[in-house]
Ligand binder design. Structure first.
Ligand code: NAP
Length: 256
C-alpha cells in the first residue's frame, strides 16, 4: 500500500490535452492539487474544468515552458494556490515530422527549445519550492524515440528526448542532497490528440509493431508518473521507466 498523495501540490506542463492531461487526471484522482499548464489559455482552462468534473482539485494557467519569465510565474502561481510544489511533471513537448534533408535551423530550435530547454527551465524555476517540500519529485516525459529507438523524420525530436535523459542524470545527482528525485517516463506510442494527427496508417502500423497489440493510454503514463512521485519511490532517482506494451523488445518484425 502506497502512502496517499492527497493534498500534494503537483505542476504538470503541457497538460491541456494528451499525456499531460492524463497525468493530471491520475494525480487529481489520487487527491492531489494540480496546476495544469499550456500556452493556449482557453484549452488549458477547458482541460482543468473537465478534470475538476471528474474529481480532485485542478486549476489552469497559461504558460510557455520556453520562456524563463513564464516558468517563474508557473512556480509563483503554484506557490500562491497550493502553498508549495511537491511534484513537477515536465511533460510539454512537440513532435513535428521533418526529414534531415529538409530540416532548417528553425525546426531544430523549435523542437529543442520546447522539449529540452522547456524541460530544464521549469525545473530550475520550481527548484526552490521543490527543495522546501523536502520530498520533491521531478518526473520528465521523455520517449522511447531517441533514448532507445529511431524513426525517420524525428532526428531533432530523438535528440531532444535523449537530451532530457542527459539532463536528468546530472540533475538527479545535484538535487539528491535536497531530497529531490528526478526520473523519466519513456512512453511508446500513446493514443493522444497529437498522435491521432499522424493519421490512421501510422496508428495501424504502430499497433502492429507492439507485442501487446494496442497503443498505450494516457493513464498508462499517468500511473507510472504517480508511482515515481510516491514516498515509496523515494530511493529511485536518475532512472527511466519504459511504458510501451513491449514495443522496444522485438528483434525483428517476425518476433511480433
Ligand atoms: P499533445 O497531445 O500534442 O499535447 C502537447 C501539450 O504540450 C499540449 O498541452 C500543448 O499545449 C503543450 N505545449 C506545447 N508546447 C508548449 C510550450 N511551449 N509551453 C507549454 N506547453 C506546451 O502531445 P502528447 O502526445 O500528449 O505528448 C506529450 C509529451 O509526451 C511530449 O513530451 C511528447 O514528446 C511525449 N511523448 C508522447 C508520445 C505519444 O505517443 N503521444 C510518445 C512518447 C513521448 P499548447 O500547444 O497550448 O501549449
Amino acid at each position: 500500500m502506497f502512502t496517499p498523495l492527497a493534498g500534494r501540490s503537483v505542476v504538470v506542463t503541457g497538460a491541456s490535452k494528451g499525456i499531460g492531461k492524463g497525468i493530471a487526471g491520475v494525480f487529481a484522482r489520487a487527491g492531489a492539487r494540480v496546476l495544469v499548464v499550456a500556452r493556449d489559455e482557453a484549452a488549458v482552462r477547458a482541460a482543468a474544468d473537465e478534470l475538476n468534473r471528474l474529481d480532485g482539485e485542478v486549476s489552469a494557467l497559461s504558460g510557455d515552458v520556453t520562456d524563463p519569465d513564464s516558468c517563474a510565474r508557473i512556480a509563483a502561481v503554484a506557490q500562491e494556490r497550493h502553498g508549495g510544489i511537491d511534484v513537477l511533471c515536465a511533460n510539454a513537448g512537440v513532435f513535428p515530422e521533418r526529414r534531415l534533408a529538409d530540416m532548417t535551423a528553425k525546426d531544430i530550435d523549435e523542437v529543442l527549445g520546447i522539449n529540452l530547454k522547456g524541460t530544464m527551465l521549469p525545473v530550475t524555476a520550481c527548484l526552490p519550492a521543490l527543495r522546501r517540500s523536502g520530498r520533491g519529485r521531478v518526473v520528465i516525459t521523455s520517449s522511447i524515440t531517441g533514448p532507445i529507438t529511431g524513426f525517420p523524420g524525428w532526428t531533432h525530436y530523438g535528440a531532444s528526448k535523449a537530451g532530457q535523459l542527459g539532463f536528468m542524470r546530472t540533475a538527479a545527482i545535484e538535487l539528491a542532497p535536497m531530497g529531490i528525485t528526478v526520473n523519466a517516463v519513456l512512453p511508446g506510442n500513446i493514443l493522444t490528440e497529437g498522435l491521432r494527427d499522424m493519421g490512421e496508417d501510422y496508428l495501424r502500423q504502430m499497433s502492429a509493431s507492439i507485442p501487446q497489440k494496442r497503443l498505450g493510454s494516457v493513464e498508462d503514463i499517468g500511473n507510472a508518473a504517480l508511482f515515481l512521485a510516491t514516498e515509496e519511490a523515494g530511493y529511485i532517482t536518475g532512472q527511466t521507466l519504459v511504458i510501451d506494451g513491449g514495443q522496444v523488445l522485438p528483434e525483428s518484425l517476425d518476433a511480433v
